[in-house]
Design a protein around this ligand. Structure first.
Ligand code: ATP
Ligand code: BTN
Length: 262
């Protein structure tokens, strides 16, 4: 798909500038560059392949050519909208869940803070990065990667968590560009609700492993173990520890894992 065809495909959506790149390092890097240059809000960078796609803490996100979705949407804070990176991450994950559930009837869940799972395997990830102007947020770049075709899934020895693709869990072939449009529509529908309690409730309701024993793993620290209770207003995870206390876990360099799966 070239840029013109992509623009035509997304014509009904109120996007800013739209561009398609056959190969990019990372759509988020390009999106940050665009934001710094002052592109219109809701501009969209799409790549067929990423050579240095990244996740949180600069972990690698693989996007081979022709089989996945990798895109970044530039979001500017509205007048009354306090953009929090945490809520935007939830927005991206929730929008992917919305589409997988409503259009494709898949049991999608959010592995807090930034992954989308179907049947305990990851098929999408979200990375939100912020462009500052002094002390103010100029833009946020909402990057989403989705494994669409079966051969978009990295080999399991490269991974620390089970991965899958939309086609694999569906048992049929999905049109990547249709899926892109559906996810963008879901993002645009949810965006005005970002500050509302209803958004938080929907995000919470879609959390994976809710009420189940999980561990929060961090390098060089003892894991926290407890049950997921939900989220606080800022999108921090509310974890009920075994001593009954509730601990708030802020997103960062951590891994969430389910325990006692027997
Ligand atoms: P984990 O998925 O291990 O819990 P995380 O949530 O801590 O990871 P992220 O930054 O969210 O870490 O995801 C990056 C990780 O995702 C990489 O370290 C790699 O293991 C995995 N990964 C990379 N590319 C893909 C992909 N296309 N599909 C699924 N997983 C991927
Ligand atoms: C994760 O699970 O760690 C998040 C992965 C986010 C990947 C997307 S693909 C589009 C955008 N460009 C990047 O380099 N990363 C995000």
């Amino acid at each position: 798909m070239d840029t013109i065809t992509l623009q035509e495909h997304l014509l009904e959506l109120p996007l800013g500038q739209v561009a398609f790149f056959p190969v990019l390092g990372s759509t988020n890097t390009e999106g940050i560059r665009w934001a710094e240059e002052g592109v219109p809000k809701l501009s969209l960078v799409v790549a067929d392949e990423q050579t240095t796609g990244r996740g949180r803490s600069d972990r690698i996100w693989q996007t081979p050519p022709g089989v996945a979705l990798a895109f970044s949407l530039i979001i500017r804070p509205g007048q009354n909208m306090a953009i929090s990176t945490s809520r935007l991450t939830g927005l991206g994950a929730l929008a992917v869940c919305d589409v997988l559930q409503s259009v494709y009837k898949l049991p999608a869940k959010i592995k807090w803070p930034n992954d989308v799972l179907v049947r305990d395997s990851k098929l999408a990830g979200v990375l939100v990065e912020t462009v500052w102007q002094g002390n103010e947020i100029l833009s946020s770049v909402l990057g989403i990667g989705i494994n669409v075709a079966r051969n978009s899934v990295p080999s399991q020895e490269d991974l620390d968590f089970s991965a899958t693709s939309v086609d694999a869990v569906l048992g049929s072939t999905v049109d990547r560009w249709m899926l892109l449009k559906e996810v963008l529509e879901a993002i645009l529908t949810r965006l005005p609700q970002l500050d509302q309690d209803g958004f938080l409730e929907d995000w919470e309701a879609n959390l994976a492993f809710r009420g189940k024993p999980v561990q929060i793993l961090r390098d060089g620290a003892e894991p926290d173990q407890g049950q997921i209770q939900g989220l606080n207003h800022e999108g921090f995870l509310r974890l009920r520890l075994s001593n009954g206390e509730e601990k708030l876990v802020q997103s960062g360099d951590l891994k969430l894992r389910q325990v006692d799966r027997t």
